[in-house]
Design a protein around this ligand. Structure first.
Ligand code: C5P
Length: 243
């Protein structure tokens, strides 16, 4: 499918104009960045795996009633998506302490949280995506109270569903990040899930060994980053055992 002009280039993806109005093509690069761009590498094959994993997860979520921007995968690195207006927030759901919450609140990595916690971060590279409260979000008009409710409800539904999906293949869903967008259709506007869900945006630990199978392998220089992502895809049945 012929793609149009590039309209946005992010750290790990490029968005191109799509074939029809209201569509875009999302291209998955092999680039990996961490610590707000201070660390960068090209990990051969990562984009292909994330394209496949995100396709699988978004399709499963649609099936359980979570609307997403995903339309269909076009090839190894590209998917056709609905054009949305991205809400400038990162919605993080946590089940187990790791990463920034462990540091911020002095909790040991790996400790189960008393219940799932949803956090909002303001998407701004220059500020390092600061944690924000609902009052900031409504005061600065980043999202309406109804949109916050919708994002919370979807985030918890995604968490319930994905926790089960991964548990069934021996993976613990520690935490993950979602992005949402506004889709306009005539007079209607709805909030749908956007971006990607992949080992770049989730923490996934092997239930037995507690080994990371996600981007922490890159952040912490553990090696075997793409191998970890491939193992996630293999366990989910997205790629064959011998791939
Ligand atoms: O770093 P932190 O612990 O806040 O990350 C929580 C979760 O959100 C992790 O799964 C991480 O991979 C994801 N995340 C992300 N993009 C960001 C920040 C966090 O995908 N910009």
């Amino acid at each position: 499918m012929a793609r149009g002009k590039p309209i946005y280039e992010g750290k790990a993806k490029i968005l191109y104009e799509g074939p029809e109005p209201g569509t875009l093509i999302q291209f998955f690069k092999d680039d990996a960045t961490a610590f707000n761009n201070q660390k960068h590498a090209v990990l051969e094959g990562k984009g292909v795996l994330n394209n496949r994993i995100s396709e699988f997860v978004m399709q499963e979520l649609e099936r359980v009633g979570v609307p997403t921007h995903f339309i269909r995968r076009l090839n190894m690195r590209e998917q056709l998506i609905r054009h949305v207006e991205i809400i400038p927030l990162e919605v993080v759901v946590r089940n187990v302490a790791a990463g920034s919450i462990a540091k911020r609140l002095g909790i040991s990595e790996g400790d189960a949280l008393p219940r799932s916690i949803v956090e909002f971060y303001y998407k701004d590279d220059a500020l390092g995506d600061p944690l924000v409260a609902e009052d900031h979000i409504t005061a600065f008009n980043w999202a309406s109270p109804q949109e916050i409710d919708d994002m919370m409800a979807y985030a918890l539904r995604v968490n319930d569903f994905l926790s089960g999906l991964f548990a069934a293949v021996g993976i613990r869903l520690i935490d993950f990040k979602l992005e949402f967008g506004r889709q306009y259709e005539g007079d209607m506007m709805r909030v749908i899930l956007a971006d990607e869900i992949s080992p770049d945006s989730c923490r996934l630990w092997d239930v037995q060994t507690k080994e990371s199978m996600d981007k922490d392998r890159f952040r912490k220089d553990l090696g075997g980053v793409v191998e970890g992502y491939r193992e996630v895809a293999r366990r989910l049945g997205i790629i064959r055992d011998d791939t």
